[in-house]
Design a protein around this ligand. Structure first.
Ligand SMILES: Cc1cc2nc3c(=O)[nH]c(=O)nc-3n(C[C@H](O)[C@H](O)[C@H](O)COP(=O)(O)O)c2cc1C
Length: 215
């Protein structure tokens, strides 16, 4: 769907998901992530960039597992994560818009929990590539977890925490030859409706990830 059509539908509050393809499972157990190896950090930093062209090829489950663990996985026995959060409240939830449904990443179980049985990718942003790229991540802040944080600071702290996760995704993508772009040009209301979020949950950003398009 073109950006202009999305903008028009968005203005009317009618940007809707597509039906899911295939039979998504309600819970998807992810294989154990590879916690060693990979491209040296300095090389990954040298390659980090935003890319807006994606091949229409699905990410395999092992690749998705590694990506999500790198982004916001549990990396310590005390359930510490790969990205920081103020006071360790871990207020960011990562949702995945995939062709067979929308899922919440459960970092403790390292699994996906389906939250909507539809293809939400087109709702995750106004740019046309989001519709058919294999994965659009959505960063959601749960303000209910931020009671310890002064109210005036909650949005900015959550944005910083989401930014740290997004950079993890960028570095994982750079290190694995994937394409990615972080996006703020999104219809937050449409996304919140489609994901069935509560008033405590705030949609912050989206990030598309996929294989690079080869011309
Ligand atoms: C908070 C934030 C929001 C962004 N929103 C968008 C967006 O909506 N669409 C997009 O194509 N790129 C978006 N970007 C990506 C920037 O355009 C990109 O990082 C910038 O052009 C620098 O390019 P680089 O990432 O390749 O260094 C965003 C980046 C950030 C940090």
């Amino acid at each position: 769907m073109s950006t202009l059509t999305k903008l028009a539908l968005g203005a009317m509050g009618r940007l809707r998901p597509r039906p899911a393809t295939g039979d998504g499972a309600t819970t998807v157990a992810l294989p154990a992530p590879e916690r060693t190896g990979g491209m040296p950090l300095m090389e990954a930093l040298a390659r980090r960039r935003s890319t807006r062209e994606f091949a229409n090829t699905a990410l395999t489950l092992p690749l998705l597992s590694n990506l999500l663990w790198a982004a916001w996985g549990v990396n310590r026995a005390d359930v510490g994560r790969t990205a920081p959060s103020a006071l360790g409240v871990q207020e960011i939830d990562l949702y995945l818009a995939l062709p067979d449904g929308a899922y919440l990443y459960d970092a403790t179980a390292h699994a996906l929990q389906r939250v909507a049985a539809c293809d939400l990718r087109r709702v995750t942003g106004y740019q046309d590539f989001v519709d058919d790229a294999p994965l659009d991540l959505v960063f959601v802040a749960d303000h209910a977890r931020m009671h310890m944080v002064p109210a005036s600071q909650r949005e900015s702290y959550a944005a910083v925490a989401a930014g740290a996760i997004a950079q993890n995704v960028y570095l994982f993508a750079a290190g694995n030859g994937l394409a990615t772009v972080l996006r703020a040009w999104i219809d937050r209301t449409a996304i919140a409706d489609a994901l069935g979020l509560t008033h405590d949950q705030q949609v912050l950003l989206s990030q598309t990830v996929g294989h690079c398009k080869t011309s």
